[in-house]
Design a binder for this molecule. Structure first.
Ligand code: AMP
Length: 178
């Protein structure tokens, strides 16, 4: 077993399943035990950016809120900038907004209009890919700014929800698949 595989199974073991959170029927994947372990947190960030050298990415875009944690660490590691995609109403300056469908109703995420330069090379990171609605909306915002997405990386993928179908044409990486 390679070191990376060993670490990956340790990461998988550390992810805590919390049934019926935030509502009945949802099994929440709690990544806080991964974050609390220095070695696992570092390994998760290493695996999320594996193959990218410092200087090969201009910005790491993180999705509100748990995506920020991994994206910010990845940005420092890659010597890239960090750009937050936030829930509507949180960013102070002018924004582009993108609405997307939830199970019931809609949600909107936003990015500052000047957050990315046209043509800049972007790595997009979130903690978890479920239906793909959030990530697809973030892709639309990054593309509206004229930036180029090199890859979308997730710590966790819930494969049975077919989120990748919403991210066609993108390179998608996930570390732990359920
Ligand atoms: P989706 O738009 O359906 O792909 O949902 C992805 C977003 O919702 C991510 O930002 C996740 O943090 C969050 N999310 C969805 N399902 C779960 C889950 N079972 N456990 C933890 N977070 C989740």
């Amino acid at each position: 077993m390679t070191n990376a595989t060993a670490k990956l199974s340790d990461i998988e073991r550390a992810i805590r399943n919390v049934p019926d959170f935030p509502k009945p029927g949802i099994q929440f994947k709690d990544i806080t035990p991964v974050l609390a372990d220095a070695g696992l947190f570092a390994a998760a960030v290493d695996l999320l950016v594996d193959g990218f050298k410092p200087g090969s990415v201009d910005a790491v875009v993180g999705i509100d809120a748990r995506g920020f944690i991994f994206a910010a660490a990845a940005a420092v590691k890659l010597q890239a900038g960090f750009v937050p995609v936030r829930k509507k109403g949180k960013l102070p300056y002018r924004t582009h907004e993108q609405e997307y469908a939830l199970e019931y109703g809609t949600a909107t995420i936003a990015v500052h209009v000047d957050a990315l330069k046209p043509g800049s090379r972007v790595l997009l990171i979130d903690d978890l890919l479920a239906t793909g609605g959030t990530a697809a909306a973030a892709v639309a915002l990054v593309e509206k700014l004229g930036a180029q997405i090199l890859e979308i990386s997730f710590l966790i993928e819930l494969k049975f929800l077919n989120g990748r179908d919403r991210l066609k044409g993108q390179r998608v990486r996930s570390l732990v698949v359920y």
